[in-house]
Design a protein around this ligand. Structure first.
Ligand code: SF4
Ligand code: SF4
Length: 159
């Protein structure tokens, strides 16, 4: 059995770290109180009268999804299933049909996203080879039921 004995060098180390810990605890506390006090004295409200007022999301914010249209007004999606394959939440459902146009083979007959399951990771947008789907800065579409949170193709194209 190993017999560990404290060496003479270990004791002074414990004795010196204790005051240092107290010092590092004290400074953030003082800074935090000073920060709170400065906000109180400035008296600037941090709240807004939502929904009458809305905040502008930061650049790159990932909100509601949108299916894009091309210059002729057709959906850009060619029903390749790459977005639904990449989706880690398995919330994209696509049913393909033959496209009536000569420049592509397929288009989505059904394109649903279950927004109750979506984690807004942006993988669908990353995976799409046609730039047909994007996450917009829109974050406040209300709904009264779970069913309304399943966005179909028409809704996604209208956003
Ligand atoms: S944002 Fe992520 S979870 Fe939501 S539909 Fe796209 S890939 Fe799926
Ligand atoms: S949105 Fe893009 S990735 Fe998804 S099926 Fe359509 S073309 Fe493919």
């Amino acid at each position: 059995m190993a017999n560990h004995e404290e060496t003479p060098e270990e004791k002074p180390e414990t004795a010196t770290t204790e005051p240092r810990e107290k010092a590092t605890f004290g400074m953030p506390l003082i800074k935090g109180l000073a920060n709170t006090l400065s906000h109180i004295l400035r008296n600037e409200p941090n709240t807004i009268h939502y929904p009458a007022e809305k905040r502008t999301p930061f650049p790159g914010y990932r909100g509601e999804h949108r299916l894009k249209r091309d210059e002729l007004g057709r959906e850009k999606c060619v029903a390749c299933f790459l977005c639904s394959t990449a989706c880690p939440a398995h919330c994209i459902e696509i049913v393909a049909e033959e496209a009536p146009w000569g420049d592509r083979e397929k288009r989505p007959r059904l394109f649903n996203i279950d927004m109750m399951r979506c984690i807004y990771c942006g993988m669908c947008e990353e995976a799409c080879p046609c730039d047909a789907i994007e996450l917009t800065p829109v974050y406040n579409i209300p709904s009264r039921s779970r069913g309304e949170k399943i966005y179909n193709k028409e809704k996604l194209l209208s956003l």
